[in-house]
Design a protein around this ligand. Sequence first.
Ligand code: ACO
Length: 309
Amino acid sequence: MDLEAEFERAVSGEQRVEPRDWMPDGYRKTLIRQIAQHAHSEIIGMQPEGNWISRAPSLRRKAILLAKVQDEAGHGLYLYAATETLGADRGELTENLINGRQKYSSIFNYPTLSYADVGTIGWLVDGAAICNQVPLCRTSYGPYARAMIRICKEESFHQRQGYELLMTMMSGTDAQRAMVQESVNRFWWPSLMMFGPPDSESSNTEQSMKWRIKRNTNDELRQKFVDMTVPQAEKLGVTLPDPDLKWNEERGHYDFGQPDWDEFWQVVGGNGPTNAQRIAHRRKAHEDGEWVRAAAAAHASRRARQEGV
Ligand code: ACO
């Protein structure tokens, strides 16, 4: 059997592909693209919430938020490490991000205007991330699947802290309840966009499903997210800003409206509300870290010389 046929057989038989296994170039490229975008999203995703660390309303909230933002950095690092097992170079991936050659999730191009946004991001954004990422624990590439297991555990904790924060605000004053509703109004539609374009416009889904990199289509996961979130919104006491949202007895799912896909493509194309700010901030952090990378490289080469490696 030729290598390609053997690979297809192994993948369709649910066997994991490991770094030293033979794999088609397209499979390797698709994985590097998806995992790098995912890693970039975790790293850029530190910014919107990081914005509130110095203004958290209590020491407890500040400690939680700090820990959460640090977790996102850790997720980014596991994922960059997973791309390295495919032969990618982490430095090049960072260059691709700050030069706009690689994407990151559209959701992080929206500003965080109130403290309620910290709760809403935990509930809706991390909730959407979990829906998308739990199936990726069964993705065909071993290092990615294993990274996802730990990431999902932490995301699930993040989601609960967001929901708990919002619950606390909802049991507060009218002004706090209004702040939560306003935040949910802003984040609902961008959260639905996180799953990617409708299946009919998703250029990568068909092949990625065949290779079992993706385990569900974008629309399937979006539906799952809506079904999971509506009862949570009811319990919380907020209204989701979609007049078309209603239970469909026949389908056994909620019907819902479509996000503004023109806005989605604008944001993906670099023209969202905070794209320029996010990239400028990431570029500055990278440049400011140059001396750390130089020192680490000098230290590593001195050690290698001393040990005669
Ligand atoms: N934001 C930015 N770009 C997106 C988004 C999005 N929400 N959704 C899709 N795109 C891009 C795709 O990257 C693709 O562009 P490319 O071919 O130039 O790379 C294009 O739009 C068409 O989309 P699809 O063909 O549907 O892309 P794909 O099959 O990669 O599916 C998805 C997109 C669902 C996001 C997939 O890549 C995935 O599951 N990734 C892993 C999870 C992830 O990256 N999460 C990040 C946010 S979660 C968090 O960080 C907390």
